[in-house]
Design a protein around this ligand. Sequence first.
Ligand SMILES: Cc1ncc(COP(=O)(O)O)c(C=O)c1O
Length: 458
Amino acid sequence: MRINTEKLTALHAVEAERFVAAHPASIALARRAGASLVRGVPMPWMQRWASPVPPFAATARGAEVIDADNVRYLDLALGDTAAMAGHAPEPVVRAVAEQLAHGATTMLPSTAAIDAAEELTRRFGLPLWQLVLTATDANRFILRLARLATGRPKILVHNWCYHGTVDEAFATIDPAGTNGAAVTRIGNLGPQVDPAHTTRVVEINDLAVTEAALATGDVAAILIEPALTNIGIVLPEAGYHAALRALATRYGALLIIDETHTISLGPGGATAAWGLQPDALVIGKAIAGGVPGATYGMTRELAEKISQAIELDEIDTGGIGGTVSGSVLSAVAIRATLGEVLTPAAFPAMIAAATRWADGVEEVLARQSVGWSVTRLGARAEYHFTPEAPRTGGAAAAAVDHDLERYLHLHALNRGIILTPFHNMALFSPSTPGDAADRHTAAFDEAVASLRTGGVLS
Ligand SMILES: Cc1ncc(COP(=O)(O)O)c(C=O)c1O
């Protein structure tokens, strides 16, 4: 569909005015924040909200966020998955508060860490785990260990992947290269080294180029999300994962599955739902109920190889660490979240809610004759501005329209609905209310109608 950008800018301005009128407190806080926080926010990505200033948070509980102006929002972003258990889930609040009263960080292992690891094994199958603070850390550490175990220098990732602030993963396909040659990703800030030296990049679902890249013999590990979720959702095709596993084994590369977002598929993520067989697995965000906590797990065989290569006297300065990593606070949060909140019993309702959301969006698009598509991944769903769901990261990236996205997000925000700022995604927690999908459908219907009557879509 063609987009009239002038008319879109005019519609956006109307929504921006509406936001400003309803948010005097957030605007005053933004002005104050500008004096002490770089560009008025604690992290650069918080500038990505579609509103003239971000709504400043006052409190959040379940799937509701209330801002400094006392505006209430249905939160379909859920901290971009870090709050997939819902905000302030009672079992986690209780467990963390109790533990804080008994010490947060002692440098010693804990029973809670064993409990957490045992539950991770039940869910994902791998026998051995390490606890860290973020999925980024987990990815960085397992990549180091993969290079250590294989003696190879490079990592293979999917085009337009995101695995946190992991240097090797900020790469896209070099259009002039072969065998998965990489170029630095657009917007990569001050890279330590050119990712062309560290990384090979292939499209998800492109097994031929993946094989050519692995055949070079320099790939230590394949690090992938089982479905892309960070450039819109891009699903694997039938047989893709079995073939990828076989290629990894044939060419001696380790297969690392990052389940940080694909936990939306079920209690054991895609690994359990689709029967994957990774050598290592990473997951962060959701598993600790909003508290910093993440993990990487591995096979006994990989753990054995790594142990043989490590000098005990140097173990604290080997590039894998973090003084508060593995703390009992993360461990009790993971134990409570997995044991009492994101339980196997919680997933069917979350998935049903996401299905209802996706059906609602599809119904609006069909009724208003708008050729966009919707993809769902368990309890997470997303719409793309293309008639068919993209089947590669490159196609998904080409379909991104930041202006259109910002308008739709601001329109939703003004109707009390938060979508993930980076794309058109909705996620459902055990505490998301039953009418959430329908509320979004009604607001989305109005937004699409405004694009139609405003002459933006033709
Ligand atoms: C798939 C995936 N892995 C890892 C990360 C990194 O998580 P964190 O920012 O909590 O380190 C993200 C963040 O969005 C992610 O989507």
